[in-house]
Design a protein around this ligand. Structure first.
Ligand code: TRP
Length: 333
């Protein structure tokens, strides 16, 4: 790792299928940042089990997420890509940080309240502790920045609070991280309800395009996309949400500006337009999927990436953990 670079930390849970919204809003931006920062990228399987998972599926999704990120362009040479449960310092630091976190503040977390409502039969301690584990993830690496979407903002705030609390009780131990709000080129909306954000878990899967969808599925979903009764292909999110969403997607996937996208479709019909957007998306995703499949067939390579990622992560994580143990008075050999 390059000492002159700042440290960036990010993690994704190996749970739901990712959508093109995740690709545009998160993965693509993250790839652009990997040369400017020392990056750690975790597959957050310990967070995943706060909601009951099918074990075989969780194992498989861990591999597919790893392969997907490499296929998208994440470079395992420069980024430490690892599986959270392979670095035991996460659980260890989480335990210590629990003693610097108040039950009341965890009860008030927005995501905890939402998930408790959604999984009312399984409001387990892990679900409540989720933000503390996330703080441990981030703080172990003396992270400068955490690229996040709006939904994770509160979690980064709590990580900062916990870091400051610990630093104030002892001496400066953790770097206080900053959230890096992604300049999302475009917010990608649901194809069937373009007033809503495209979601990994929408009620109707035809409104979301998954990174795992094959070409026919992608084209079919775009053909069914909701537009309006007008015929003009013009960017106007307020009055023409569907058409504007399609223009944003086209622009994001071709690298063209919105004005160029509008020009490409001047005088054309909605049918042709929707097909062209679907094709632009498929043209980008099909090669990524082929690469992902190739990687998934090479378990040995994936294992080696995970192993070296975990070793690199473990080295830094242990250094921080050892400082923490010293400050709190844990006897160490
Ligand atoms: N909670 C994050 C999510 O659901 C995943 C995550 C776990 C994470 N640990 C993290 C993100 C640390 C950033 C930093 O998307």
């Amino acid at each position: 790792m390059d000492d002159n670079k700042k440290t960036l930390y990010s993690a994704v849970q190996p749970t739901n299928n990712l959508t093109i919204g995740n690709y545009i809003g998160a993965i693509r931006n993250f790839l652009a940042l990997q040369t400017d920062y020392n990056c750690y990228f975790a597959i957050a399987n310990m967070h995943a089990i706060t909601v009951r998972q099918n074990p075989a599926e969780l194992r498989q999704r861990t591999l597919s997420l790893l392969a997907l990120y490499i296929a998208c362009g994440l470079n395992p040479e420069s980024t430490a890509i690892y599986v959270q449960s392979h670095v035991s310092a996460h659980a260890e630091l989480c335990w210590v940080l629990n003693t610097f976190t108040y039950v009341g503040e965890m009860e008030r977390m927005t995501q905890f309240k939402d998930k408790s409502a959604k999984h009312a039969d399984n409001i387990n301690m892990g679900l409540m502790d989720y933000p503390v584990l996330m703080a441990a993830d981030i703080l172990l690496y003396q992270t400068d920045v955490v690229p996040v979407g709006l939904d994770q903002r509160q979690h980064v705030e709590i990580a900062r609070d916990i870091a400051q609390r610990f630093n104030n009780v002892y001496t400066p131990t953790f770097k206080v991280p900053e959230a890096l709000y992604m300049k999302v080129g475009a917010k990608i909306c649901d194809l069937l309800d373009p007033t809503k954000k495209m979601s990994k878990s929408a009620e109707n899967i035809n409104g979301s395009v998954f990174l795992s969808d094959d070409k026919d599925t992608i084209i079919r979903k775009f053909k069914r996309a909701v537009t309006d009764s007008d015929t003009l292909i013009k960017y106007d999110p307020e009055n023409k949400a569907g058409v504007s969403n399609l223009l944003s997607i086209y622009s994001a996937f071709t690298g063209k500006s919105i004005a160029e996208a509008e020009a490409d479709f001047a005088g054309k019909g909605y049918g042709e337009f929707k097909l062209a957007v679907g094709e632009a998306v498929a043209d980008k995703l099909v090669p990524i999927q082929a690469e992902q499949a190739k990687l998934l067939a090479d378990k040995e390579y994936l294992n080696s990436v995970m192993k070296s990622g975990a070793e690199r992560a473990n080295y830094t994580a242990r250094k921080t953990l050892s400082k923490v143990y010293k400050k709190i008075g844990f006897y160490q050999f």
